[in-house]
Design a binder for this molecule. Structure first.
Ligand code: C2O
Ligand code: CU
Length: 463
């Protein structure tokens, strides 16, 4: 660690030792050979190039009937265009910056080459009027998202995010496949997006207007008898969604890194900021029923009141035949730790300290911690310890991990993750193996205000 890293203000460029930045594309066969993520699907379709224009610009966003606000959106839309592609395709995204300030795009959850990760550690910020071409292969099937990775507390709040769905060659069959991007908006009395208050820096900014795909409390319809696949993304700055469908059972089928090993039936699931969950919703029998899409009270901080909140409604429409077929085994999740040895290779302490202007959020006692390098191919076991009175959603860039223990109790990995909640005073142990994508990477709390206030770490992946 260099002393200069301990005193960084946020949003400054970081200086790193030089490493091989790696190629702009990934050799998928060698990536899969490292067994560092989901098992490779057998491709049955010739890969294509998927081109998308992502013009970041100021826009007038209508988020409810008769209610508009000035927002920032890719292609002027909030969320930005949903990108749909297939495993093995190459995504070519043209960022054009028509904002009054610099920006970049981070591909949250994607195993991209380091130089394509969209952080200020790997590329200069794209200035107003500038452009940048992101180009990389899509190795994994699943629900991902992209978002601005500069001045995030403002840029993501104003709408610079979108969903990215990568389809595998043999997906389970559903009657519909929907993406639901959750967000919350804090508006002032004039209906404009409110300025960030000092208090937001402590708990993270939450808004009262709850949005699904950029619309306040929409009503969706599902045909009675049918089963839909719902891909949920939590794009909120700080709000947790303890999701419930009016108390009815639903099945969780996937997480950040694609399908789980098998479906699990629940009546609620916790979706912290940054994370994704995939559900099988239905079948319902009661035609005409309105089911709340809601979050149950969740206390993520001692200082916040836990409240139930409604995101939208699901109306049960006239019965339709179903062709949904959910196999018993959805994916093979090969455990990274087989000998029961959970000895951590590093410890990451999430902490806080009071300052004159409120709070600093720390990793191992530092703002913007510079962590040790990670060696390609080696098993990493990280103990993430929360020394604070609030939950923190811990996000690792570029690599999927398995959760191998919670509060020292070993867990069986059922899915791949890139974001995991670490409850107040709790501890989560994660394991991953870095595949051959050397360069500069980072991890951080996905409460955007905490990330901005220092709760992050930089590390290099080296050969
Ligand atoms: Cu969605 Cu640096 O994160
Ligand atoms: Cu946090």
């Amino acid at each position: 660690m260099t002393p200069s890293h301990a005193h960084h203000a946020h949003h400054t460029a970081h200086v790193h030792r030089a490493v091989d930045p790696g190629a702009a594309t990934v050799d998928l066969a060698s990536l899969y050979a490292m067994q560092s993520g989901p098992t490779p699907p057998r491709l049955i379709r010739a890969p294509r190039e998927v081109h998308v224009e992502l013009d970041a610009r100021i826009t007038t966003w209508s988020y409810a009937p008769g209610r508009t606000t000035t927002a920032w959106g890719f292609q002027g839309a909030v969320p930005g265009p949903a990108i749909i592609a297939h495993v093995g395709d190459t995504l070519v995204a043209h960022l054009v910056n028509h904002l009054p300030e610099p920006t970049t795009i981070h591909w949250h959850g994607l195993r991209v080459p380091a130089v394509m990760d969209g952080t200020d550690a790997v590329q200069p910020l794209v200035p107003p009027g500038g452009r940048f071409e992101y180009r990389f292969a899509l190795p994994d099937a699943g629900t991902f998202w992209y978002h601005a990775h500069a001045n995030e507390t403002v840029q993501i709040e104003r709408g610079l995010y979108g969903a990215l769905v990568v389809l595998g060659p043999d997906e389970p069959v559903f009657d519909a496949d929907r993406v639901l991007v959750l967000d919350d908006l804090k508006v002032d009395r004039r209906g404009e997006i409110a300025r960030t208050a000092l208090f937001d820096r402590h708990s993270g900014r939450e808004g009262d207007v709850l949005l699904i795909n950029g619309q306040a409390t929409p009503e969706l319809t599902i045909a009675a008898g049918q089963v839909e696949r719902w891909r949920l993304v939590n794009a909120c700055n700080a709000r947790y969604a303890r999701l419930s469908l009016g108390g009815r059972p639903f099945r969780v089928i996937g997480a950040d890194g694609g399908l789980r090993d098998a479906a699990i039936t629940v009546t609620e699931t916790l979706l912290p900021p940054g994370a994704r969950v995939e559900l099988a919703v239905g079948p319902f029998d009661d035609v005409g029923a309105a089911i709340a899409i809601e979050s149950l009270p969740y206390k993520r901080s001692g200082m916040k009141r836990a409240r139930r909140a409604t995101w939208g409604a699901l109306r049960v429409g006239p019965r339709q035949p179903s062709r949904a077929l959910l196999p018993e085994v959805l994916a093979t999740i090969t455990p990274l730790i087989t000998d029961g040895d959970l000895t951590p290779t590093r410890t990451i302490e999430l902490g806080a300290r009071m300052t004159l202007h409120g709070h600093d959020w720390l990793v191992n006692g530092e703002l913007h911690h510079q962590d040790e390098p990670v060696k390609v191919g080696e098993l990493e076991v990280w103990d993430v310890i929360n020394d604070t009175g609030l939950d923190h959603p811990f996000h690792l860039h570029g690599f999927f991990f398995q959760v191998v223990a919670i509060d020292d109790v070993p867990t069986v990995p059922r899915a791949w993750h890139d974001t995991v909640n670490v409850v107040a005073r709790g501890r989560v142990t994660i394991a991953f193996r870095a595949d051959d994508r050397p360069g500069e990477w980072m991890y951080h709390c996905h409460i955007l205000e905490h990330h901005a206030a220092g709760m992050m770490g930089h590390f290099s992946v080296v050969r």
